[in-house]
Design a protein around this ligand. Structure first.
Ligand code: PGA
Length: 244
């Protein structure tokens, strides 16, 4: 079974379709564990979900939100962190109860053990019902950088120079941490549904490689194909430019 590929005209259509899948998951499983990404790609999806919540169309008060990644050693109050971004962009405006937000334990003195406890937290919430993901220019999903194995679990790893450069845009001159904690590829592959959202011509080569190239740790997103038809790829026409 192959992932389902849906090509939509533009970023807005991608965002609406992703929001539809989140809404549908929440209406079937109001208490589901769902992981949601950070970055520029999901902003429209978040705006759409917030609007639906404010209109009373979707109930966000019961689900468990699992963050995907965070910089190692980041403090809770740092506005540059991925968690702070998600709080500002989605959690606070959507009114999600803070006790339902599961952040990566990056300040723990034993991050390796804490990462494994994060896996247990996911399992205790019934496993991921839905994982929404973006793709990095280097093929990362969450912060599973090139070299990440398909059976990798939540762990700490070094960021590639490309990811540090991408992150620098959020750090406003401050230096970007060199390491992150990320939910593993194997962890993500266990989700009962996976949605990969991809927008813009800058992603067309990496999306092509992820879907049509070899399945390899060099392109961690290519491992998503192991989840077969549990995966839906929603790409706008610009991102799908090299797909047949
Ligand atoms: P972007 O990031 O949405 O800002 O392109 C995607 C990612 O790196 O996962």
């Amino acid at each position: 079974m192959e992932p389902r590929l849906v090509i939509v005209p533009d970023e807005m259509a991608m965002s609406v379709m992703a929001a539809d899948i989140v809404s549908e998951t929440l209406s079937k499983h109001p208490e589901a564990a769902i992981s949601l990404p950070t970055g520029s790609t999901p902003v429209g999806m978040f705006d759409e979900i917030i609007a639906r919540s404010q209109a009373g169309i979707v109930d966000l008060s019961h689900f468990q939100l699992f963050c995907l990644d965070e910089y190692l050693g980041a403090s809770a109050g740092d506005p540059n962190t991925l968690t702070s971004w998600l709080m500002r962009t989605f959690v606070v405006p959507a009114g999600i109860p803070l006790e339902h937000v599961h952040t990566l334990p990056v300040a723990d003195p034993d991050p390796g053990a804490a990462a494994l406890r994060f896996e247990e937290e996911i399992a205790a919430c019934g496993g991921l019902e839905l994982a929404v993901l973006g793709i990095g220019g280097n093929g990362h999903i969450a912060y599973n950088e090139p070299g990440s194995r398909s059976d990798s679990r939540t762990r700490v790893l070094d960021l590639t120079p490309e990811s540090v450069e991408q992150a620098a845009g959020y750090f406003d001159g401050a230096s970007v941490p060199a390491k992150a904690m990320t939910v593993g590829v194997g962890t993500l592959l266990e989700a009962r549904k996976i949605v990969l959202i991809v927008s813009g011509a800058s992603k067309q080569d990496i999306l092509h490689d992820a879907l049509n190239g070899p399945m390899t740790a060099d392109v961690p997103a290519s491992w998503l194909r192991m989840a077969g038809d549990r995966v839906i790829v929603i790409a706008d026409e610009a991102a799908a430019g090299r797909l047949a």
